[in-house]
Design a protein around this ligand. Structure first.
Ligand code: ZN
Length: 115
């Protein structure tokens, strides 16, 4: 379950990735890597994720309060490395396809807003 999604009250899409980090997807503060249209911040500990979310607030982005409360609740040890989820290869493939569709949808939405 995501900590936040893009919407009326959020400029961020932050969730716990199954590979063992918190991701800020479509991140305006992170340079896209080659082959990607948007940036992805990989945050390896809860503390990194909280500090990253704070940076979004500092530049005027909306970040729901629940991002901070839920990350703290789910990761009481702020400096512990976030553990990967255990998923079957089939479930991981379905998840990756879902993630790719989300990114495509987001990219198309952005282009519409620009035009
Ligand atoms: Zn970000």
């Amino acid at each position: 379950m995501s900590y936040s999604r893009f919407g009326a009250n959020s400029d961020t899409y932050i969730f716990e990735h199954n590979d063992g980090f918190i991701e800020c997807c479509g991140c305006g503060l992170t340079e896209p890597t080659s082959g990607e249209d948007v940036g992805f911040a990989k945050l390896n500990t809860a503390r990194e994720a909280l500090e990253h979310a704070k940076k979004h607030l500092d530049v005027g982005d909306m970040v729901p309060d629940k991002v901070f409360t839920r990350i703290r609740e789910e990761h009481p040890d702020l400096d512990a490395q976030i553990e990967p989820f255990l998923r079957s290869p089939e479930a991981a493939k379905v998840y990756e396809e879902w993630r790719r569709k989300f990114i495509d949808k987001y990219t198309i939405t952005e282009e519409r807003q620009d035009g």
